[in-house]
Design a protein around this ligand. Sequence first.
Ligand code: ZN
Length: 268
Amino acid sequence: MATLASSETVRSSKLGRLVESFQVLAETCPVINATRAGSFAMAEEHYELPRFVFRGPATGMPPIRLGVFALVHGDEPAGAFALQGLLKRLVDAPAAAAGYELLLYPLCNPTGYEDGTRHNRAGFDLNREFWCDSELPEIRILEEELRTQQFDGVIALHTDDTCDGLYGYTQGRVLNENLLAPALRASAHVLPVDPRGIIDGFAAREGLIDDCYSGILAPPPDQRPRPFEIIFETPASAPMTQQVEATCCALQSVLAEYRGFIAQGANL
Ligand SMILES: [Zn+2]
């Protein structure tokens, strides 16, 4: 019993600390809504995938709805900390999110985070399981979320322990590249962009990879019009504070750039 009690304490403190830091923000800020995408049980333990919604100031247009996902790989917490940092900035300066409804998912793989592993506790890399009839509870919850929320854009935050700097995946779409390239430039004062011609086995150019793995977290394959999709990667070897700052800068850049695209489109 003593062992169980002590492992329970560790569990509560690690998962609890992460979620609590968001909840504290939500309690102090009326435009942040703390909810959850879903929950599941594993070995009689209860796990939740929290969802925090930030509504930026209205602009008279229907809000642009973005989903931002972190900790799909449980050993990559920089993205979750960056979402915390982004929320703090937006609480202080909400105009940066004017016209947006941001749905933030800081903990997509709670068992992996608890264990400090890339895979979930059942041994699956969640980022290879999307849209292929996976029965994994995390995937079912996230697919349902992606299907019902019908995002205008989906951003996934990751960390790579083999790269030399910041980079991202554009999946061959011009819109994705037009958002990711400025995002990399906006964060390059914090960490360098990975200059290599091959990153993670893919051809790369100035940190942009025009390809991706199958089974990654992405909008439903049949969703039209197609939302933009960005995967942003920070180097695991860099100090955590710099990974977090670089990701915050990248996210703020995407908000500014995409609003510009929408405004241009509205004027056409
Ligand atoms: Zn990852």
